[in-house]
Design a protein around this ligand. Structure first.
Ligand SMILES: [Ca+2]
Ligand SMILES: [Ca+2]
Ligand SMILES: [Ca+2]
Length: 210
């Protein structure tokens, strides 16, 4: 059933007393990729962090900005996806990573959603962040992996956080990989997963179209 037609049915229900059930959501994935899936082949591809994220990496972390496939240690890759589609209710992030030859790859991290209102020691700069080694196991020079993370069901970070979905209403997603790990590409897959409808109130109907 087309989405508009279903909405009309739901409106009809809201005006009357007939119970409506069914599903909304196309189930079609929306895929966008930063960097090129080329197994770290040169030349590099540019990463595009937001101005706030770039300023944080340069001035607070004190690291040069890393491009995709750029192989040196002590650089940080930041990228901001700013085209999240409306209507998604599930987002997956896939990225291919390779530890550089720097001996300090074991403490490298993956982070989502920069918080410009962070306060040192009080409010985290990230909506979620975790050591790569906590996700994949040992992460030493030359290690390589491809990870896929569900932004609604992340492995718990040190603050116990497991989701950043409530931070994405601005349509943007920040990704940061710090600081001795090479990033081939980051692929974002958004999916409007069909959900069951059994709306009993107009508020319930509207909630389905938030
Ligand atoms: Ca390349
Ligand atoms: Ca490091
Ligand atoms: Ca690449």
């Amino acid at each position: 059933m087309k989405r508009g037609l279903l909405l009309l049915c739901l409106l009809a229900f809201a005006a009357g007393a007939t119970q409506v059930s069914g599903q909304v959501g196309s189930g079609r994935p929306f895929v966008t990729t930063a960097g090129v899936d080329d197994c770290f082949a040169l030349p590099t591809e540019p990463a595009c962090p937001s101005a706030e994220l770039a300023t944080f990496i340069l001035n607070v972390l004190g690291k040069p900005l890393r491009a995709f496939d750029e192989g040196d240690g002590n650089k940080t890759l930041g990228h901001t996806f700013n085209d999240l589609p409306d209507g998604y209710n599930e987002i997956w992030v896939t990225m291919r990573l390779k530890a550089s030859g720097d001996p300090l790859t074991y403490n490298d991290t993956v982070n989502f959603e920069f918080n410009p209102d962070w306060i040192p020691g009080e409010v985290s700069a990230w909506g979620w962040g975790l050591y790569i080694s906590s996700i994949v196991g040992w992460w030493g020079p030359g290690s390589e992996t491809t990870i896929t993370l569900n932004l609604a069901d992340l492995p718990p970070d040190p603050r116990g956080r497991t989701s950043v979905m409530n931070l994405l209403e601005d349509g943007m997603l920040d990704v940061c990989v710090d600081d001795d790990t090479i990033v081939d590409y980051i692929m974002l897959t958004s999916c409007e997963v069909p959900v069951d409808v059994n709306a009993e109130t107009w508020g319930g109907v509207k909630a389905l179209y938030r």
